[in-house]
Unconditional design. Structure first.
Length: 75
């Protein structure tokens, strides 16, 4: 879950961050953020799996999450 560690490092530097994980990693992501003392970092969830998605499907998923990402970074 290196993305979580990266987000924590951004937050330590005063840069807002948001974690995006697939649904099977949501619980673990939240646990790790709590253990690192950064439970306030938003966790956005997308359905698993993503490895088999086409480029167009990935773009569609990102488009779906874009509003949530912007909101979480500017709230």
């Amino acid at each position: 879950m290196w993305s979580i560690h990266a987000c924590v490092e951004f937050e330590k530097r005063g840069i807002p961050a948001t974690v995006i994980v697939t649904d099977i990693f949501e619980t673990r992501a939240r646990q790790l953020l709590r253990s690192l003392r950064f439970p306030h970092i938003p966790v956005l969830v997308t359905p698993n799996p993503v490895v088999y998605l086409t480029e167009a499907e990935i773009h569609q998923r990102l488009e779906t999450l874009l509003g949530e990402v912007v909101q979480s970074l500017t709230a």
